[in-house]
Write a protein that binds this ligand. Sequence first.
Ligand SMILES: [Zn+2]
Length: 465
Amino acid sequence: MINIEFHGAARTTTGSMHLVEANGLRILLDCGMEQGHRKEAFENNRRFPFDVAGIDAVILSHAHIDHSGRLPLLARHDFRGRIYCTPATADLCEVLLRDSARIQEHDVAYVNKRRQAEGKNPFEPLYLPADVDSILKRFAPVPLDERIDLGSGVAVTLHNAGHILGSALVQLDAQSRDGRTRRLLFTGDLGQPQPILQPAAVVEGADVLLIESTYADRDHPPAADVQGRLKGFIEDIHQQRAKLIVPAFAVGRTQQLLYYLNDLVEQKRIPPTPIYLDSPLASAATALYEKHRECYAEDAVAHLRRGDNPFRFAGLNVVETAEQSKALNNKPGPMVIISASGMCEAGRVLHHLKNNIGDPRNIILITGFQAENTLGRRLVDHASPVRIFGQETEVRARIHTINALSAHADRSGLMRWFDAVKGNLSRAFAVHGEGAQVDAMAGLLRAHGAPRADAPAPGTRFEDV
Ligand SMILES: [Zn+2]
């Protein structure tokens, strides 16, 4: 028998966390951090709406912080179970959770300065590096497609999700006393076809489905020729001895860019141009993309077969220290700088923007979704001047956008995958989307033959699904 409670990424996109009871075992699917509006998220992230000590196991779909970011808090609440995920996810979590602890400390120190001035009590960080150390010990990496017995007639199997390195679909099988099995399938985040990672697997026989809905209400624009456009930008800055600045998301987007640049360089389709990877987090994530070859799609495997590491090429420089990063300011172009953060909210990219955004020869290349109220969004909206480090700065550099690198399937992709797995499905739940997206998804699921489809609100419980 399976019961489900929806506690995060329910009618919203962040904080992915669903509590499944299968034959009496209490299993948490994901333990993500709620992101966004600071104060409310800060308070929501602090408390769990269930008894943590009573959780038997966590199954983690992938390492993105909105799916994994609250794991270190479990360590503070007497969690004694295991955290099952793929080996690549375990490695990425080590990097991302340590980074998250650093950000928590930094953010709280910033807020506390103001609180202290106002005579208020200081806040505590959500968690500390020591909490990350203790939760990392609870990780139990399991290879893809290997069935793991959790006891009480319940088993978990992870399958490729094609979203980021290590991302998995979670299959939970609960066998009842009469020997029948009820299968729950959770997508985590579902990817779209891309050259580096294997595509999402088709898992048959699911009775209950939890499906993400990020792009349930729209299709991506037709995949533009990413390589062709990158080539054009690089030729442009080469001619003008200018700089191409790419604000990068550390996991996924950066590696896709490097992969395309690798081909352009090795096929000699662009003039020799220094390319700087200037983000310690993105560099660490890239090293893990190099390590976990078991996740590669055919195209990436073909690189390995001809002896090519698809993330390393002549002209690529990995910038390590902040001094090296700042030294790039005084170097003349042409050069490409890939630097975090992806939405231009923090990190080294801010220095590069400040120093280069006033020069019309330079190009700023935006490669992904930009949330409201971020500098990245203002750049995409062609605002000028913009505020960088508290200073109004005129935008004269040219702003371009490549939208084809999304790590999420769009509406058509989601429904193609659903049609392949829906077989004998009796019930579906749309999660991981704002209200409009999950409602759209529930409608689509019904239109595509799901007998029952809901878009549950946070805190809702469903018995015997
Ligand atoms: Zn994700």
